[in-house]
Design a protein around this ligand. Structure first.
Ligand code: UDP
Length: 333
């Protein structure tokens, strides 16, 4: 059985669908601080299987011990954590406490129970901004905000843990920009309030919920002047976790992998693709750069292709199609 912490969240829920389709028995632990139990029902609806789910905070050692004693967990995918970059700058102590404490608590209980297979949900934000593109896994590491640092610090903790005990098998998955939704439209991303990230913002402009998009920067050294990112379909990302789980079953130590498409898309290219997929206009204004943003960021995906036998399958058009399908269902309630 695979324990998925934060399994009711955006990437977690899609990964549970992929795990279940691959034949794994899935147990979700989530405190629903930024998601809801309905998401778990959605996973069951898609998979046609009932999903084990426990409402628990990963920082709660007693709750984690009970969970490990009740269920035959033999591997863990750790998604649970705070994830808003801007909020992390305003609330650094909360971010460090929650993200690092949950990782420490989880690993402590895993260690006690002899469960040493772990996939950690990391981010491309652990790479320094001044690396040449595309980024491979050996690029220089360093962050610009507490969210990113918490990811990088946990990576380091896991490296030290694996050094202390060769029984550990750990994959650090560095995500680029996950977007889109399951093709059924039953689950997807549902940020509360006004979205910070481009894709959910564009979806809500297309639906009419938000009047217009502010394009942050039109004078970057990119073909159309707007920021370029490596957007990846969340179901491709989910499949990457299934492959990583297979990989660590016969591997000992720690290994980092980029999960991206290797292809850059600009803000305006994404806007056009979304307009095409939705048949709706996405009005925008060109605005100033957002502080802390870089011009271009995309992955070298060679390592994941070679070692995980994994490659993203979906293009930007399919990401927009599935994201729009979810957006329409979400609005209907
Ligand atoms: N972006 C934008 N308007 C928005 C939100 C984002 O122009 O309302 C741009 C942002 O400057 C970046 C790209 O969209 O070039 C992706 O931003 P996002 O926040 O989704 O991801 P990240 O910055 O973490 O890569």
């Amino acid at each position: 059985m695979i324990l998925v912490t934060g399994g009711a969240g955006f990437i977690g829920s899609h990964t549970c669908v992929a795990l279940s389709a691959a034949g794994y028995d899935v147990l979700i632990a989530d405190n629903f601080s930024n998601s809801s139990p309905e998401r778990v029902d959605g996973i069951s609806e898609i998979t046609g299987k009932s999903i084990h789910c426990v409402r628990a905070d990963v920082c709660d050692r007693g709750a984690m011990e009970e969970l490990f004693s009740r269920y035959p967990v033999d591997g863990v995918i750790h998604f649970a954590g705070f994830k808003a970059v801007g909020e992390s700058v305003a609330k650094p102590l909360e971010y460090y406490r929650n993200n690092i404490d949950s990782a420490l608590t989880l690993c402590g209980v895993m260690s006690e129970r002899g469960v040493r297979k772990l996939i950690f949900s990391s981010s491309a934000t652990v790479y320094r901004a001044d690396n040449p593109m595309p980024l491979d896994e050996n690029a220089l590491l360093g962050c610009t905000n507490p969210y990113g640092w918490s990811k990088l610090m946990i990576e380091q903790i896991l490296r030290d843990l694996a050094l202390s005990d060769p029984g550990w098998s750990i994959a650090l998955l560095r995500y680029f920009n996950p977007i889109g939704a399951h093709e059924s439209g039953i689950i997807g991303e549902d940020p509360s309030g006004i979205p910070n990230n481009l894709f959910p913002f564009v979806s809500r402009v297309a639906s009419g919920e938000i009047r217009k998009l502010h394009v942050f920067g039109s004078d970057y050294p990119t073909p159309d002047g707007t920021g370029v990112r490596d957007y990846i379909h969340v179901m491709d990302l989910a499949e990457g976790h299934v492959r990583a789980l297979g990989y660590i079953s016969s591997f000992s130590g720690v290994e980092a992998f980029n999960l991206g498409t290797g292809k850059g898309t600009s803000v305006l290219e994404l806007v056009r693709a979304f307009e095409k997929a939705s048949g709706r206009p996405v009005p925008y204004v060109l605005d100033d750069r957002r502080p802390g943003d870089i011009a271009v960021c995309y992955a070298n995906t060679g390592k994941a292709e070679e070692k995980l036998q994994w490659k993203a399958r979906y293009g930007i058009g399919e990401m927009c199609r599935d994201g729009w399908n979810w957006e329409m269902r979400r609005r209907k309630g």
